[in-house]
Design a protein around this ligand. Structure first.
Ligand code: SF4
Ligand code: MG
Length: 320
């Protein structure tokens, strides 16, 4: 609720703070138990930072993160350790996030060693169970991660993330580094695990097409702000924010008779150290009007579970 995460910009010999990068700037959102919330936006929009604040891997500059009724930002010591077991992260890079000097069984078994009192024998049988659960050949547990393909390495990262039976997982670009065919296998695996283990996901990606299949709801971020939230199919059928419409128009459609006109955005994403006035999207927005550069649109709740932050949403009839 009201989460901000600002990073100082330092410069000069004295390393003085000369500005702030407003990576996440006043975000309020809720993720329901058992759902997958897809979070999309171009790189640098703050989605990974938000994911890390949610897990308490970054302290928020302002705001509150509630997990099952506890403000995670206030926890320390034992309580934080207990929280760590319930919330896990799957990283983007299946190559960089696995220590190449550790055997696969030690990578997957590491959280068990850190958090559970288990004998080596118990750890080993849990590792076998986890590898089978994520579709890996457990007889290969005495090998190094380099001996596995990209998709298999991501399965190793997933096995590690679910080792402690967490409730909530942040998947930060978990499939972005993989080939498209491998992407859908990993997404199907995550969906299977969600059903079987009752997981809740915050699924972060830069493209809308990646989140479509897996997400119940989708939030779109632009320059540190959430600009639209909607149930997935409704968002695809009828985007309300011009930025969402532009992201959608970039996805090729299989049916050529139902072509969507491609909306090409002008210019680059502005710097989050110095965001534009009013609506942050206004310098690039095809629908911008005079009001947009002067007044910041707030995220408004609409009747059917949708939210949008725009003065002139694409379907004004939905605005009460
Ligand atoms: Fe575009 Fe204005 Fe809506 Fe911002 S508020 S998205 S500039 S129409
Ligand atoms: Mg990122």
């Amino acid at each position: 609720r009201g989460v901000k995460k600002y990073f100082p910009i330092r410069s000069g010999l004295l390393n003085r703070v000369v500005g702030q990068v407003k990576a996440v700037d006043d975000v309020t959102l809720s993720i329901r138990k058992g759902e997958t919330f897809g979070l999309v936006g171009e790189s640098g929009c703050g989605k990974s930072t938000l994911g890390r604040v949610v897990l308490n891997l970054h302290k928020a500059t302002e705001g509150e993160v509630n997990f099952n009724g506890t403000d995670v930002q206030k926890l320390s010591g034992q309580e934080l350790r207990r929280l760590r077991k319930q919330m896990q992260i799957i990283f983007q890079d299946p190559f960089g996030s696995l220590n190449p000097r550790f055997l696969v069984k030690d990578i997957i078994g590491e959280p068990l060693r850190l958090h559970e009192r288990m004998t080596e024998r118990e750890i080993d049988s849990r590792v076998v169970e986890l590898m089978e659960l994520v579709g890996l050949d457990a007889t290969r547990r005495n090998r190094y991660p380099q001996e596995f393909s990209g998709g298999q390495r991501q399965r190793i990262g997933i096995a590690r993330a679910i080792a402690l039976n967490p409730e909530f997982i942040v998947a930060d670009e978990a499939v972005s580094a993989l080939d498209v065919s491998v992407q859908s296998q990993v997404i199907n695996l995550l969906m299977k695990l969600q059903r079987e283990l009752g997981l809740t996901f915050l699924f972060i990606a830069h493209g809308l097409n990646v989140v479509r299949h897996i997400s119940d709801r989708v939030g779109v971020m632009y320059l540190g702000k959430i600009v639209e939230v909607a149930p997935t199919e409704e968002l695809f059928a009828k985007p309300l924010h011009p930025y969402t419409a532009a992201l959608l128009s970039a996805i090729p459609r299989p049916d050529p008779t139902r072509k969507r006109e491609r909306i090409v955005l002008q210019g680059d994403v502005p710097s989050p150290a110095n965001p534009p006035s009013g609506c942050r999207f206004h310098p690039r927005c095809p629908a911008a009007q005079a009001k947009c550069s002067m007044e910041e649109p707030q995220l408004r709740e609409l009747a059917d579970g949708r939210q949008v932050a725009c003065h002139f949403p694409l379907d004004a009839s939905l605005i009460g």
